[in-house]
Write a protein that binds this ligand. Structure first.
Ligand SMILES: Cc1ncc(COP(=O)(O)O)c(C=O)c1O
Length: 467
């Protein structure tokens, strides 16, 4: 065997052991060492300057690297919306790592490009777009996908903006809780962050369809016209969904581009019992759906989907670069519809995730995590001093414990490294936040969380009064 085969197989064995151990809940979910200490422990300077790492040194070094990772497969991993990759996507990364076909041009990777086209068509179908009429592209992440979709919306509202610059009267209507990548996109697109007109929301930060007209009036009063309205499915902080049907009807009536950020929740389209949460998504002009959140696909793999295929190339009115030419050639290129030039074979990851589990299997996975989140909510709601502002609609659960400093409590709960979760704010108030994603998170994890809460409350005398 050559060095590649020996090294890759050594790495695979070590990583497989790491995954198995994490799945059994052995050890800590996360460690947060000092970066300078870690750099020394991993001998980074030595390897950078002198190289020479072969399979033997790798086999000694890799466990040290893995030791300082966040173990997403661990049942106590409840902090983030990052996918726990299944076997297929992990193998896809290995394959891409060797083949490295940057397939935005068909000529540079026919297999990767064809797979991307097919998984995008599958996603269009799931959203309810016509797969012959709609279009899409895979991007390196939901933030880039939001930017791409809003660029397409800008091209619709201001077709000359690409050449002449952005008119000063465009607005983006969005709820205050919209993912920060949307505000960032407004700034990057040249609208400026002030162009984001905040829509009225309810006490749980959901868009109020009955107050949309007021938002439009505010927009007009500011001398602006809407470039797009952004709704979320679901919101990053709460995991609650906007009413896409009501919002879609309003946008259709007023001719407003509807962008649905379903980065997190698009995957619920695969669960028969949860699909209704996204009812109305088919009314959107553009949709973002991250496979690297709930489709068990390693980062990065996000989709921008548009109802009319021509809207994507309209967003990028560029010609004449070294990679563009008018020759008749077999296949198709993706350069006319993506921000990236070189792309990894994003579709291969999602394809192998599907090839392992099938769409029904992935739907069952999503359903099981959404169901378990409800169980977490029920159990937490029954604990003295714990308040949960709403029953979860997805796998995101928010709660507060007593009236004290929630961040200090979070640090205490995570001190022994067995549980990893985070916090958020809802209408300005701090909450603890769990994202039930790992396939091995179960009732035992819940019992451990409740026990940790009781111990932390006992140690610090958290008040039993409802917050
Ligand atoms: C609703 C929503 N949109 C967009 C993003 C950004 O996605 P990414 O991290 O893939 O850039 C996130 C990430 O959490 C999200 O929750």
């Amino acid at each position: 065997m050559d060095d590649y085969a020996i090294s890759a197989s050594a790495a695979v064995d070590i990583v497989a052991g790491y995954v198995a151990q994490a799945r059994e809940g052995r050890g800590s979910v996360t460690t947060q060492p000092d970066p300078d200490v870690l750099a020394t422990e991993l001998e980074l300077d030595r390897w950078i300057r002198h190289g020479g790492m072969g399979h033997e040194a790798l086999a000694e070094w890799l466990p040290r690297y893995l030791d300082a990772t966040v173990r997403l497969h661990h049942p106590g991993s409840l902090a983030h919306q990052v996918a726990v990759p299944s076997t297929g996507p992990a193998v896809a990364d290995l394959i891409h790592g060797a083949t490295n076909n940057p397939m935005a041009k068909y000529e540079m990777g026919a297999a990767g490009a064809t797979i991307e086209r097919e998984v995008v068509r599958w996603m269009l179908e799931k959203v309810g777009f016509d797969r012959q009429v709609g279009g899409g592209v895979l991007t390196h992440g939901g933030s880039l996908a939001n930017l791409t979709a809003l660029l397409a919306a800008r091209a619709r509202a201001a077709p000359d903006a690409w050449r002449r610059g952005v008119p000063g009267d465009l607005a983006l209507l969005a709820p205050p809780s919209v993912h920060y990548s949307v505000r960032r996109a407004a700034a990057i697109l040249g609208l400026g962050e002030d162009a984001v007109v905040e829509l009225d929301v309810d006490e749980l930060e959901r868009i109020r369809p009955d107050r949309l007209a007021a938002g439009l009036d505010r927009c007009a009063a500011a001398g602006r016209r809407p470039m797009a309205l952004v709704a979320v499915a679901p919101a990053t902080s709460t995991g609650l969904h906007d009413d896409l049907s009501g919002i879609g009807a309003f946008c259709a009536e007023h001719g407003i581009w509807l962008h649905v950020d379903a980065a997190h929740g698009g995957s619920a389209l695969l669960s028969e019992r949860h699909r209704h949460l996204l009812a109305g998504i088919e009314r959107a002009d553009s949709v973002v759906w991250d496979a690297h959140k709930m489709l068990r696909t390693s980062g990065l793999c996000a989709a921008v989907l548009v109802r009319r295929d021509e809207d994507l190339p309209a967003a990028f009115q560029q010609k004449g670069d070294y990679v563009f030419d008018d020759r008749e050639a077999v296949g198709f290129d993706l350069l006319d519809r993506a921000l990236e030039t070189t792309k990894t074979t994003l579709g291969l990851k999602l394809f192998l995730s599907l090839a392992w589990a099938g769409e029904l299997g992935l739907g069952d996975y999503v359903a099981s995590r959404y169901d378990l989140a409800l169980r977490f909510h029920e159990a937490l709601s029954g604990e003295p001093g714990v308040s949960c502002p709403y029953a979860p609609e997805s796998n995101i659960v928010c709660f507060r414990v007593g009236h004290g400093d929630q961040l200090a409590l979070l640090d205490r709960l995570m001190a022994n490294g067995r549980l990893h979760f985070g916090s958020t704010t809802i209408t300005g108030e701090r909450y603890l936040r769990l994202v039930v994603t790992a396939p091995d998170t179960d009732e035992a994890t819940l019992a451990e969380l409740i026990q940790a809460l009781r111990e932390a409350a006992g140690a610090r005398g958290v008040t039993a009064r409802p917050a």
